[in-house]
Design a protein around this ligand. Structure first.
Ligand code: MYA
Length: 201
């Protein structure tokens, strides 16, 4: 039996943008600072309003290529008694990092997500999440995020760096479970246009 080896890691897997990467440019049609960004899919674990156990995060456009959101942690989010589970925190950061791609009008998926857990996070805390894009290189979008306890200036509990890769809409229609893809295309036929993406599946 053979498992993954170091050679399976793609070249350039680092989260450091290459020297030829460019400064991110806020899309001219990006939502104005302060605008609440809708959910990209109502069953999304991170932002879907109809997900029964989801995080129900609502991201807000910031200046530049950046967003913020707040997450009120609850008992359902525990790992250790009374403390948030690290995977829940990573999910929340992945969600806001993904929402940053809206500011570029890019449809992209997470390729790499690296988290640093700096402080334990009690459940019942409100986590203030912020994420911003730092660089773009062809299809690659490099971003960074942080989660602070209690206020946007509160103690830094978790930080993350991530690489997203832009994909065509066919990524979802090809790989997604057929019944869910069919349902969303039936119920929201303009799902791509809803977010005003340029989509050429
Ligand atoms: C109906 C539909 C509705 C949908 C609406 C929802 C929209 C929003 C959804 C939001 C969801 C929320 C978020 C979620 O939850 S996303 C869910 C979690 N993520 C995934 O499922 C992604 C799984 N991975 C993949 O599908 C593929 O690996 C992807 C598509 C990412 C790349 O495979 P692909 O074969 O396409 O591309 P490529 O391998 O040629 O690479 C492309 C470029 O990237 C470079 N590269 C690759 N790896 C690395 C690395 N580690 N470090 C540095 N660079 C790396 C590579 O060199 C190349 O660069 P360049 O050489 O061109 O410069």
């Amino acid at each position: 039996m053979s498992g993954p080896t170091a050679s399976d890691a793609p070249a350039g897997a680092a989260l450091t943008p290459p020297p030829e990467a460019e400064e991110p440019v806020r899309h001219p049609d990006a939502p104005a600072p302060g605008t609440l960004l809708g959910s990209h899919y109502d069953q999304c674990f991170g932002c879907g309003p109809r997900h029964p156990h989801g995080l129900h995060l609502v991201s807000r456009a910031s200046d530049g290529v950046a967003v913020t959101a707040e997450l009120r942690l609850q008992g359902d989010h525990q790992g250790a008694p009374g403390l948030a589970h690290g995977g829940v925190l990573a999910s929340a950061l992945d969600e806001v990092l993904g929402a940053v791609n809206w500011m570029l009008r890019a449809v992209a998926v997470t390729r790499r997500l690296e988290t640093d857990y700096l402080l334990p996070v009690p459940v019942d805390a409100v986590l203030h999440l912020s994420a911003r894009c730092t660089a773009v290189h062809r299809r690659k979008i490099y971003s960074t995020a942080e989660a602070r306890i209690g206020s946007p200036q509160g103690p830094l509990a978790v930080r993350a760096d991530a690489l997203y890769v832009e994909v065509p809409m066919a990524h979802f229609t090809t790989h997604g479970r057929a019944e869910d893809v069919e349902a969303v295309l039936r119920d929201r036929p303009g799902i791509a246009a809803d977010r005003a993406f340029e989509v050429n599946p």
